[in-house]
Design a protein around this ligand. Structure first.
Ligand code: NCD
Ligand code: ZN
Ligand code: ZN
Length: 345
């Protein structure tokens, strides 16, 4: 049995760090494990310009505890009013790594999202030319589409169009939850990739209904049937460079989740590597964990691999019921469970 695993220091290619006290409360969990992270711009109000992304980047840097090296990679939230020149300037100045497409009202804080994707054509053309990555929350939002079909229909109606229309655009289908998502990414060109969260590797949709309604298993896109979870596990552990780590850690205060209208989002940052590595072990793929966590993402984004390493060692880790984020209790993914691997400090 493998007792420890040392890999290049990984990156998180999709995370929500929030702002203010919540940012102060959560950022160390990410920075302890990951050298860099693609930081989502869905604050309220959202980060829509390169100037607001630079300001947010500075607030994140200031919140990282002394002695930890962590580089936030910033994204701009696309709206109907996005100025392509501002994005290109942001990329040239080294402020922006990506821009994020949220279909309007698809998820938390997406009310300002894009209402008509075809109208984004000038923005997408400018991004393609500038080499700015497009990160996509891939769900349609029309009420006639079943919530479990929203990713597959988005791919069919919108993502295929984007990829066809802008063949040189780098596109990441974020937090893939379906076999359709896996197949789309796998069969697209090398400029199309996907991130996979720990929760979508661990749970299927039953988890939301075990003995009652389980708000802490609710995120968007919502977990799907078991067949989809198995397709995701296969993709993540395949060794392909097209699928890489993106936690989608999305902290919400406990009472905002445990509510008549509970927020979508799972806070998995505190034990993200421990959670992922358990899946790789179960799949007999520990030798491919470094590719998924530390190599494929930088290769896709055109960034160097990190120089340091992290070591995971076999041994029980008890995940607490709640984590205090500067006075706000947040329930972590795997709360109350014991995981089999721990990150060596
Ligand atoms: N994943 C989620 O369920 N929630 C995210 C938004 C998102 O990534 O869609 C959040 O910001 O809370
Ligand atoms: Zn999303
Ligand atoms: Zn997200």
């Amino acid at each position: 049995m493998t007792e420890s695993l040392t890999i290049r220091r990984p990156d998180d290619w999709h995370v929500h760090l929030r702002d203010d006290a919540m940012l102060q409360g959560v950022v160390a969990h990410t920075a302890r494990q990951f050298a860099r992270a693609i930081v989502m711009p869905n604050l309220s109000p959202p980060v829509t310009t390169s100037a607001s992304a630079a300001a947010y980047r500075d607030r994140i840097r200031a919140a990282v505890p002394d002695g930890i090296a962590f580089e936030p990679l910033m994204t701009a939230y696309l709206t109907d009013a996005t100025d392509p020149d501002d994005l290109v300037r942001g990329k040239d100045e080294g402020v922006l790594t990506a821009a994020k497409l949220y279909p309007a009202n698809a998820t938390t804080n997406s009310a300002h999202g894009v209402t008509e994707i075809a109208n984004l054509a000038p923005v997408l053309a400018a991004m393609e030319k500038a080499g700015l990555v497009l990160c996509v929350h891939g769900e349609v939002t029309t009420s006639d589409i079943d919530v479990f079909d929203r990713e597959a229909v988005f791919i069919e109606r919108h993502l295929s169009w984007i990829v066809r229309q802008f063949p040189g655009l780098k596109v990441v289908l974020e937090h893939i939850t379906t076999g359709e998502g896996v197949d789309f990414v796998a069969s697209a060109g090398p400029n199309v990739a996907g991130t996979i969260t720990p929760q979508h590797l661990h749970i299927n949709r039953n988890a939301m209904f075990v003995g009652g309604i389980r708000p802490h298993a609710y995120c968007l896109p919502v977990a799907k049937r078991e067949t989809h979870r198995l397709a995701l596990r296969k993709a993540a552990t395949s060794g392909s460079g097209k699928f890489f780590l993106g936690t989608d850690s999305a902290p919400h205060a406990r009472d905002a989740k445990e509510s008549a209208c509970g927020c979508a989002g799972i806070f998995n940052a505190p034990f993200a590597l421990e959670s992922y590595v358990q899946v790789f072990e179960e799949e007999g793929a520990l030798d491919r964990f470094e590719q998924f966590a530390s190599l494929a993402g930088p290769a896709f984004y055109g960034l160097p691999v990190n120089s340091g390493t992290v070591t995971l060692e076999r041994g029980p880790v008890a995940v607490p019921d709640t984590i205090d984020a500067q006075g706000t209790p947040v329930v972590p993914f795997h709360a109350g469970e014991t995981l089999n691997w721990r990150l060596r400090a």
